[in-house]
Design a protein around this ligand. Structure first.
Ligand code: PMV
Length: 329
């Protein structure tokens, strides 16, 4: 049984001093429904947790003097020397052990994911969050949501530099998260619809996309500023549509957002192809999701039958993987 960190400090120090056991943590993928890129300039964005695409982590304590190992994606080796893509995970272990006042305890870490990395599905935040939860679990410590997000964002800084916090919140939260001008809240969607998420198989660098948009903004503040304002308006209205169950209107706004995102030059021919496939098979709307330059397409379908048909067509047009998500149960 766990307990809340900070509720009873004597209990906490007694428990945290106990020897850790193997710990387990779970988070999930996320998708940005609308508002990517314009959110960087203060406009609203909405991200949805994808609870069926799990990220799992195990933390196994090891004796002092042994070298901690990491098994994640295609890497298997020393945690200390993992670096690069895994810098965030290494940091997640450090910040959590510091938080628990056990910086000297070492753990072998293993992660297992139902979804690919580098496709805008929140893999890095989900992996850090799952590892943090696994280490806390190893000490039977439960923390508040704010503390969990704070630890995850410390790890995300290594991976993303200036994380907005949207990924950390959505990959460990139950409800859709709205972010605007640095302020986050959850929303309650209405209506019934399906999301079809299709992976182009192209790795898109969010960092490169964000930097590209920034430099185009500097070159043409008026033109790019107008694109951002329009994206912001579509996002604001799309979030209202979702809260009111107006799925057709939401789909239309996703299509509008896709035009604007392409104008920001963060598209990719494979994204365009899959967007067209989804629309021609009856999607209410379709767009890229996340940073762009590759990654995934997100299509909105009104029924399960439509979603199944769209999925099949996306696969035959080259999507590497396709996932279905029922948006409102
Ligand atoms: O690629 P993702 O899923 O991490 O999404 C990036 C979203 C951006 O708006 C492009 C960047 C950001 O930090 O919000």
């Amino acid at each position: 049984m766990g307990f809340a960190y900070g509720e009873d400090s004597q209990e906490v120090s007694r428990k945290v001093q106990a020897l850790p056991h193997e710990g387990y943590g779970q988070t999930w993928a996320k998708t940005i429904l609308i508002g990517e890129h314009s959110v960087v300039y203060g406009h609203p964005a909405l991200a949805l947790p994808l609870h069926s695409l799990k990220m799992q982590a195990w933390a196994t304590p090891i004796a002092s003097g042994q070298q901690a190992q990491l098994e994640a994606l295609d890497y298997s080796g020393s945690l200390e020397e993992s670096g690069g893509t895994f810098g965030g995970l290494k940091r997640a272990v450090e910040v959590t052990l510091n938080f628990l006042h056990h910086p000297q305890q070492a753990f072998n870490i293993r992660t297992q994911s139902d979804f690919p990395a580098g496709r805008g599905l929140g893999s890095s935040a989900a992996a850090s969050g799952a590892v943090i939860r696994a280490i806390l679990d190893a000490y039977d410590v439960e923390v508040s949501r704010e503390q969990l997000l704070d630890l995850t964002n410390q790890a995300e800084k290594i991976t993303h530099g200036h994380p907005s916090g949207l990924d950390a919140a959505t990959t460990s939260g139950l409800k859709p998260v709205r972010l605007a001008a640095g302020s986050m809240s959850t929303i309650q969607p209405q209506g019934d619809a399906y999301l079809v998420i299709a992976d182009t198989g192209v790795v898109g660098s969010t960092k490169e996309a964000v930097e590209g948009v920034r430099s185009r903004f500097q070159e043409d503040p008026t033109g790019v500023g107008q694109l951002m304002d329009s994206l912001g308006e579509q996002s604001e209205a799309a979030i209202r549509d979702l809260e009111n169950g107006q799925m057709e209107s939401l789909g239309h706004r996703m299509n509008e957002a896709q035009v604007l995102l392409n104008a920001l030059q963060i598209g990719h021919p494979k994204l365009d192809l899959l967007v067209e496939t989804a629309r021609s098979c009856g999607a209410l709307g379709a767009k890229l999701t996340g940073g762009g330059l590759g990654g995934c397409v997100l299509a909105l379908a009104s029924t399960k039958e439509d979603a199944d048909r769209i999925s099949k067509a996306l696969r035959s047009d080259g999507a590497q993987q396709v996932w279905l998500h029922q948006m409102v149960a």
